[in-house]
Design a protein around this ligand. Structure first.
Ligand SMILES: [Zn+2]
Length: 396
């Protein structure tokens, strides 16, 4: 009999009513167990029987060997291995050849494919929603990352914490990216510092608010307890007070294990930065901000290769405009622009020629739902994210 802490499923709650599968995963980074504890609290409350759920809630553990050692990962970061090349590598080798983190990747893929075909209340799943729960090495306002698809927006914005766009362009191989590319609703939620007890509270609030936004719960579902939905929303709003509503990542500073990278002391998430302000140093000297904006995710821990990110605020009007443009499928005409061609005739993949393209064309691509996925000397390759153009369309 395996130890409870080594099981993939923390637990599940079935309503026996048709609805969405709402998946919460904690500890994809092994030194970030707060999400698992928060999901356990939600399960306990659901099991008390006074909360009426539609669909199914399942809580999963992420990287179990890393969780057991309270380390971000053992050999490979389990939140950077969801690229097509990694998945192909998995197919080409036998499971006994997997490293510890790769074994977790294989097992998670099998778990997802099992969960995604289970029926719910006698009907196929109406939707698949993933909330990937993380925490940060330093103190931080809670925030959420999403790939900017139309289906991700309503659930993400319902949590009322800052939303970061474009992180999946800067980080390759995240679970969030993998799920978004499959057309599912998926968000990564950062609840605060690893060891701060309020991080568990924020994760718990994010799960409840996410369940309401996904249609699994009514807004009044927790009214019988003092910790009702209004209290959960207040908890998130208070923790995120003063932070911007939406930002877009424009720069990532990557690090190498031996480059001597050290963040300058005192930087906090979302703190404004000036162009050329000193953010960190490494063996080559001071590292300056390439632009004026906001600092994101300063690295105050030993593991990982993301030094920091710089982002800029996004005005909500741009999101409204981009939804309007995408629903009219104006991307059909993008390859008519100078310097833009379809890659291999595929309308989802467009190449921008660096020399010939108009200034600002990349911003237009983002507005129309494309993400950059490759860059070389001659230009950029952009891939259209899978938007659901009709609000009633399902994921499967
Ligand atoms: Zn994490």
């Amino acid at each position: 009999m395996p130890e409870a802490d080594s099981l993939r499923e923390v637990g599940r709650f079935d309503s026996n009513c048709p609805g969405a599968l709402f998946l919460a995963i904690g500890g994809l980074h092994g030194n970030e167990p707060a999400g698992i504890e928060a999901a356990g609290r939600v399960l306990t409350r659901l099991e008390k029987g006074n909360v009426k759920l539609r669909g199914r809630f399942v809580a999963l553990r992420g990287n179990r060997p890393a969780l057991a050692q309270n380390q971000r990962f053992i050999e490979r970061d389990l939140n950077r291995v969801w690229k097509a090349s990694d998945l192909l590598g998995l197919e080409q080798r036998k499971h006994h050849q997997d490293g510890p983190d790769e074994g977790e990747l294989r097992d998670l893929l099998q778990t997802f494919s099992r969960l995604f075909v289970e029926s719910c209340g006698g009907a196929p799943l109406e939707d698949i929603v993933l909330l990937d729960l993380h925490s940060t090495s330093g103190p931080s306002t809670p925030f959420l990352c999403m790939a900017d698809t139309l289906q991700n927006r309503p659930v993400s914005f319902a949590l009322e914490v800052p939303v970061i766009l474009g992180l999946e362009e800067a980080l390759e191989g995240t679970l969030l990216d993998y799920m978004s590319e499959a057309g599912h609703i998926s968000m990564a939620f950062e609840g605060g510092a690893h060891t701060d007890p309020s991080t568990i509270d924020c994760h718990e609030a994010a799960i409840w608010c996410g369940l309401v936004a996904a249609g699994c719960l009514d807004e009044r579902a927790l009214d019988e307890d003092p910790d009702d939905m209004a209290a959960m929303r207040k908890r998130l709003r208070r923790a995120a007070a003063g932070a911007p509503a939406i930002v877009e990542v424009l720069h990532r500073h990557g690090t190498h294990p031996d480059d001597g990278f050290v963040m300058a002391p005192g930087w906090a998430n979302f703190q404004p930065v000036q162009r050329n302000g000193i953010l960190a140093k490494d063996d080559c000297g001071d590292i300056l901000s390439p632009l004026t904006g906001r600092l994101l995710l300063p690295r105050y821990q030993a593991q990982g290769d993301d030094g920091f990110f710089v982002a800029r605020d996004v005005r909500p009007i741009w999101l409204r405009l981009s939804a309007w443009l995408r629903r009219r499928q104006l991307d059909r005409f993008l390859h008519w622009l100078p310097g833009v061609t379809r890659q291999d005739g595929d309308p989802r993949r467009l190449r921008i020629n660096r020399q010939r393209a108009l200034f600002g064309v990349k911003q237009v691509f983002h507005l129309l739902g494309y993400r950059r996925y490759q860059e070389d000397e001659t230009g950029f390759l952009f891939l259209r994210r899978p938007d659901r153009l009709s609000p009633k369309a399902k994921t499967q």
